[in-house]
Design a binder for this molecule. Structure first.
Ligand SMILES: Nc1ncnc2c1ncn2[C@@H]1O[C@H](COP(=O)(O)OP(=O)(O)OP(=O)(O)O)[C@@H](O)[C@H]1O
Ligand SMILES: N[C@@H](CCO)C(=O)O
Length: 327
């Protein structure tokens, strides 16, 4: 297939996976974005310019994750691309549990979709399959691609990866509490046990089902709905401060979970008060401030609190030449 553009721009959201009981299945896109531009060149060679998160740390050549994903997607549809220049303005912190690797992979794939003459060759199903193959699990890739909250799974017979959007109530306010320390997903997966007791699996299935209802219609149920028995306690030894913060927030009634493979903590806070009209009194209730002060003694040493919203758009790409949104 030939290319249909030689300069494209991409915006892709951060994501928080698991949300407590939805290990490797549930995820939500957040209003924190990486922005990229890809220029296809007629000559060989790859150059990469990174500002923001990951600058000076990620490779600036073919090994860059966005370039790898772009190449994978172009190869998939048989499109040529000899050289390229990639510019990344990154806001998603790396190795913190906010889906930076899924964002990079999805960004590369939707950049390829925007570059090729027939974007349908890289439709959402194909893009999700390619991204999941690179990531190993679909829970970040699905919301990064589609936006909103998603539940993703692989078809038992064919292995095809699928995702369904699930509703998120307007009163649910995601707040990410991001530590200064990194933890790779690989390391965090390495401490998980191979098997779990049947009672824990049964508990988890019930809570995951409850979470879909709590997110969409019953935010008052978010605290019990975000209980987990498959991964958070098992990872305590590699993210003690994060689990301590989760404990303090939950004791204060805030539905806090480890975001993805950690060490970021995600609080699913609830908006209270009158949110429209001239005497609007919006308040994100969470008692989160008090709980955070209790957890850190008022000193947040190296942690950042990011009040966010749910990103409902997912990854967007546009051809710079025509400015026509196509994916
Ligand atoms: N924008 C990016 N550009 C290039 N490489 C990236 C980018 N984002 C992530 N990576 C690579 O992926 C690694 C982080 O991936 P990892 O899966 O460990 O964490 P994460 O995706 O941030 O967290 P989680 O999967 O728990 O949400 C980085 O160290 C870097 O090698
Ligand atoms: N479900 C994954 C998310 C991080 O990529 C995990 O917890 O390991």
């Amino acid at each position: 297939m030939r290319l249909g553009a030689d300069h494209v721009r991409v915006r892709v959201p951060a994501t928080s996976a698991n949300l407590g009981p939805g290990f490797d299945a549930l995820g939500v896109a957040l209003t924190l974005h990486d922005e990229l531009e890809v220029r296809a060149l007629g000559t060989p060679g790859v150059t990469v310019e990174v500002t923001g998160e990951g600058a000076g740390e990620v490779p600036d050549d073919e090994r860059h994750l966005v370039v790898q994903a772009l190449r994978t997607a172009l190869d998939h549809v048989g499109a040529p691309l000899t050289g390229l220049h990639l510019t990344c303005r990154n806001a998603i912190p790396h190795g913190r549990g906010l889906g930076s690797s899924a964002a990079a992979v999805v960004a590369g794939i939707v950049a390829a979709r925007a570059l090729v003459a027939d974007p349908d060759a890289l439709d959402d199903d194909t893009a999700l399959a390619l991204a999941t193959a690179m990531e190993g699990h679909p829970d970040n890739a699905a919301p990064a691609l589609l936006g909103g909250a998603t539940v993703a799974w692989s078809d038992t017979g064919t292995g095809a990866v699928q995702a369904a959007r699930i509703a998120v109530h307007d009163d649910v306010v995601p707040v990410a509490v991001v530590p200064g320390t990194h933890l790779s997903t690989k390391a965090a997966r390495g401490v998980l046990p191979a098997t779990v007791p049947h009672a824990d699996a049964a508990f988890q299935a019930g809570r995951a089902a409850l979470l879909v209802e709590a997110l969409g219609r019953r935010p008052d149920l978010l605290l019990p709905a975000t209980e987990d028995r498959l991964h958070q306690q098992q990872r305590r030894a590699v993210m003690r401060d994060s689990l301590a913060l989760v404990d303090v927030l939950r004791a204060a009634g805030v539905a806090a979970v480890v975001s993805g493979a950690g060490p970021t903590v995600l609080a699913l806070a609830r908006r209270t008060g009158k949110t429209t009209g001239p005497d609007r009194v919006e308040r994100v209730s969470t008692d989160a401030d008090d709980a955070l002060t209790a957890a850190f003694g008022g000193v947040m040493g190296g942690w950042r609190i990011l009040p966010l919203a749910v990103d409902t758009e997912g990854a967007r790409a546009e051809r710079v030449s025509s400015s026509r949104p196509i994916g």
